[in-house]
Design a protein around this ligand. Sequence first.
Ligand code: IPM
Ligand code: MN
Length: 372
Amino acid sequence: MKLNIAVLPGDGIGPEVTSQAIKVLKAIALEFNHTFLFKEAPVGAIAIDEKNNPLPDSTLDLCKSSDAILFGAIGHPKYDNDPSAKIRPEQGLLKLRKELGLYANVRPVKAYDTLLDKSPLKREIVSGTDISIYRELTGGIYFGEKQLSDDGDTASDLCEYSRYEIERIAQMAFKTAQSRRKKVTLVDKANVLETSRLWRKVVTELAPNYPDVTLDFLFVDNAAMQMILNPKQFDVILTENLFGDVISDEASVIGGSIGLLASASLGDRYAMFEPIHGSYPQATGKGIANPVASILSAAMLLEHFELFDEAELIKTGVEKSLKLNITTPDLNSVYDNITTSKVGDFIADFISNPNDTNINFNNIHLGQSTII
Ligand code: IPM
Ligand code: MN
């Protein structure tokens, strides 16, 4: 298969983790005879520095003319501490989502057996967790009208949803549940918010079309508690933009590191793949950023094009790396010298030689490996 992939590394650790995903995709292309062509473009703080625009037209055009987008991270502390900044890196990502119509953000949350003890939660609570979060991505309070009074003392953000916006992501969530454990949990705040009541109404009306799927509801405050108390109860979580943002960072604790969580942002025409973590400015350039979320986002990209064997091989490589402690310091208590790029090397090498990896593991101990 030939794929044109737009690469938007963005800010902070974005470039270093994204280059590991590319390394892994190149190994896949070689093994499976695919042609993946990568073209890079700036987005976020770096694009503001270069072009005074967090999403230059040339970047948007590249995305629109590509088959898929691989996105790194966005954000810089100089904007976080300056509420008066009119141009902000995050605007680049939000505009990209809106312009490309990426309304469904899929965030899988999985507890890897080998990492159960890395989670701050108890092993028996996290063990077996397998959740697919469907976060609405182009509506709600993120995109409603924003106002700041002339005296600067009053502000508002409008939260708005239409039936159509709810239906299209709900249908996706129901379909996914049909191929999983057949349960959808709608997370909302229907006891308070009118938009949440609309979500409940629309989703309840759709449910009979998926008779094999059980639909249940949780208020977001309770859902936040249940996520920590008993995450295994969840199969597919369906929720609006802001609740999905918060719940998914919370869910990342289950896996042991936010550096593991990948995501796909899907629309009717375009698809973008990105780690859920941010730009982690303190870690930039230190080689300590975990590239697994970006590598697993590349696996989601392959799944999107139905390259399931290829995606599976990446996931097996990731699991192998976790098992052998070929991980960055956020997860590693055994080796202290495994860098971002070494994790990428290991997984790319596994893809080229899936049966050879134990030998490499021995070499790590001997300090002889050319790979590690
Ligand atoms: C995410 C991020 C973004 C969001 C930010 C960077 C705008 O936190 O992808 O979860 O809030 O959606
Ligand atoms: Mn977020």
